[in-house]
Design a binder for this molecule. Structure first.
Ligand SMILES: Nc1ncnc2c1ncn2[C@@H]1O[C@H](COP(=O)(O)OS(=O)(=O)O)[C@@H](OP(=O)(O)O)[C@H]1O
Ligand SMILES: Nc1ncnc2c1ncn2[C@@H]1O[C@H](COP(=O)(O)OP(=O)(O)O)[C@@H](O)[C@H]1O
Length: 199
C-alpha cells in the first residue's frame, strides 16, 4: 500500500455500532457441497435474525457471483479469488457491525483458512453443512450433478473437483438427519450465544 494512510479516528467505531445494534458482529461461514443445504439454512437464519431486529447480511452465489465475482469461474484459482473477495466484503460488513452469513462451497481447507485470515479468527465461525455426497446428488436441487455425471460440467465439486471437510468446525450440521428448521435453529442459537454484547 503506497501513499494510503487510513485515518481511523474519523470513522464511527465498530464497538459503537455494535452497541447501537444490540449485538456483536461476526461472520458465520457455511461450507459444504452443492445441494448440502447452505442456502436454505442461511435464508432461514437471515429471516429469523432480521425479524428479531439484528443487522444481518447474507452473501451467497446469487448476489456475489452475478456481480462482484461475475468474471470468475470454477477453477481452483478462480474459487480462491472468489472467496478472497467475499471474505474482504464480509470484513467490511463486520466493521459496520453486521452479522454476516456467507454461504459458499469454499471447497478446500486452504481457501477457508484464507477467509479466516482475512476476516480474523475471532470473528470467524465455520459451519460445516455436513451432507453426504449421495444425499446431495439424490436431492440434485439444480440438476447439476446429473450434468456433471454426464460430463456436461467439468470440475464439479465432489465429482471431479475436491471437497475437503472441515476438521474442527464450530458447528457440524448433519442435514440428512434433521429438518431444515432444526438445522437453522442450531445456527440461530449459536449466534445468539456467541455474538452477544457481553460475550
Ligand atoms: N463446477 C462447479 N462446482 C461447484 N459448483 C458449481 C460449479 N459450476 C456451477 N456451480 C454452481 O455454483 C455454486 C457454487 O459457487 P460458490 O461460489 O459457492 O463456489 S466456490 O466457493 O467458489 O467453490 C453452486 O451452488 P450451490 O449449489 O448453492 O452450492 C452450483 O450451483
Ligand atoms: N436439514 C436440512 N437443512 C438444509 N436443507 C435441507 C435439509 N433437509 C433437506 N434439505 C433440502 O436440501 C436442499 C438444499 O439445497 P440448497 O439449500 O440450495 O443447498 P446449497 O445452497 O448447499 O447448494 C433443499 O431442497 C432443502 O429443502
Amino acid at each position: 500500500m503506497t501513499n494510503i494512510h487510513p485515518i481511523h479516528d474519523r470513522i464511527v467505531q465498530r464497538a459503537e455500532r455494535e452497541i447501537g445494534n444490540g449485538h456483536r458482529a461476526g461472520v458465520i461461514w457455511l461450507t459444504g457441497l452443492s445441494g448440502s443445504g447452505k442456502s436454505t439454512i442461511a435464508a432461514a437464519v437471515e429471516r429469523e435474525l432480521f425479524t428479531a431486529g439484528h443487522f444481518v447480511v447474507l452473501l451467497d452465489g446469487d448476489n456475489v457471483r452475478t456481480g462482484l465475482c461475475g468474471d470468475l469461474g470454477f477453477s481452483l484459482e478462480d474459487r480462491k479469488e472468489n472467496i478472497r473477495r467475499i471474505a474482504e466484503t464480509a470484513r467490511l460488513f463486520v466493521a459496520a457491525g453486521a452479522q454476516v452469513l456467507c454461504s459458499f462451497v469454499s471447497p478446500t481447507r486452504e481457501i477457508r483458512a484464507m477467509a479466516q485470515d482475512i476476516i480474523g479468527a475471532e470473528d470467524f465461525y465455520e459451519v460445516f453443512v455436513n451432507t453426504p455426497l449421495e444425499v446431495c446428488e439424490a436431492r440434485d436441487v439444480k440438476g447439476l450433478y446429473a450434468k456433471a455425471r454426464a460430463g456436461e460440467i467439468k470440475g464439479f465439486t465432489g465429482i471431479d473437483s475436491p471437497y475437503e471437510a472441515p476438521e474442527n468446525p464450530f458447528l457440524d450440521l448433519k442435514t440428512a438427519e434433521q429438518t431444515v428448521a432444526a438445522s437453522a435453529q442450531e445456527v440461530v442459537r449459536a449466534i445468539r450465544n456467541e455474538l452477544t454484547l457481553q460475550g
